[in-house]
Design a protein around this ligand. Structure first.
Ligand code: OAD
Length: 266
């Protein structure tokens, strides 16, 4: 006997989104998994092969700048070679749907891969910075990194070491970006937490803040995150499957499937 297969989310989520004046979203590495970018903590994740303390902090960088620059050059080459997926595009479509109705929308991402912007998201804050930019640690000048440089890359202006514009362990998140994300979480009627294991704070605290402030919080993840027990609804599935279906249920499907990465520069 067949059970009819419905969407993996509730009617309540769809209704709450329809009624919402303010929608906010947090994404993590899982949203980019279907583009072919490895996550950090899944079995084939980046932290299985590399230890964060060896690569993603300033002491590691100063001890071995060539190694750390090389790791980021590798990740940059990887993301430049992939495309945003249906999940990224659905979030851009959700933003258009909310804002067309006069609502507020904010997407806060922990990802540094630039794929949300390439998919057309505009109300976007990058909580952990971006792989696609670099700067000099001495004079702060923006630097142009080339992936095949040998030896440590140095600043053309002052000779200082060049580092990626990402937030490393032990560093503060960009203040304005985090304040914006916090405000959006505190005011949201509906909050979506997508593709994050929710173990790295302060970002992982955003869905909890939203819930405490009264939002309906839905987690989209094939497996339960660290905060799964504290959200309003757990939607089990991949971002690339769930988010287009959710936007379609709102009647905002146009422009997700078949639209090739709006804003893509390459
Ligand atoms: P993680 O690797 O910790 O978690 C990825 C999450 O995505 C897991 O919960 C997976 O179950 C889920 N996932 C996998 N495939 C998915 C799919 N197709 N659709 C939806 N979800 C999927 O990555 P983050 O939570 O982003 O920080 O990690 C947070 C931070 O830890 C990163 O920003 C990075 C890392 O250390 C810094 O580098 C500062």
């Amino acid at each position: 006997m067949h059970q009819p297969v419905g969407p993996p989310f509730s009617d309540t989520l769809v209704r709450r989104l329809r009624e919402a004046d303010r929608v906010a979203v947090l994404t993590g590495a899982g949203i980019s998994a279907e583009s072919g970018v490895p996550t950090f903590r899944d079995p084939d994740g980046l932290w299985q092969r590399f230890r964060p303390e060896e690569l993603a902090n300033v002491e590691a960088f100063l001890a071995n700048p060539t190694l750390v620059q090389g790791w980021y050059a590798h990740r940059r080459a990887l993301v430049e070679d992939v495309e945003p997926n249906a999940g990224h595009r659905a979030l851009a479509a959700l933003e258009r749907w909310v804002t067309a109705r006069g609502g507020d929308f904010l997407l806060a991402t922990q990802n540094v891969d630039g794929l949300h912007a390439r998919a057309g998201s505009e109300r976007l804050v990058e909580l952990h910075g971006s792989l696609l930019r670099s700067h000099c640690i001495d004079c702060a000048a923006e630097a142009d990194e080339s992936a095949d440089a040998r030896g440590p890359l140095t600043c053309q202006a002052c000779g200082g070491l060049v580092r990626p514009d990402v937030v490393w362990f032990g560093e503060q998140l960009p203040e304005a970006a985090f304040a914006q994300a916090e405000q959006a979480a505190a005011l949201a009627d509906v909050y979506l937490s997508v593709g994050t294991s929710a173990v790295v704070y302060p970002a992982a605290g955003l869905p909890l803040l939203a819930r405490q402030a009264g939002a309906y919080v839905a987690e989209v993840n094939p497996t339960p995150s660290d905060i799964a027990g504290r959200v309003s609804e757990q939607v089990r599935g991949t971002a690339g499957e769930v988010l287009p279906a959710l936007v379609a249920a709102l009647g905002g499907a146009s422009g997700i499937r078949g639209q090739e990465s709006g804003g893509n520069d390459g």
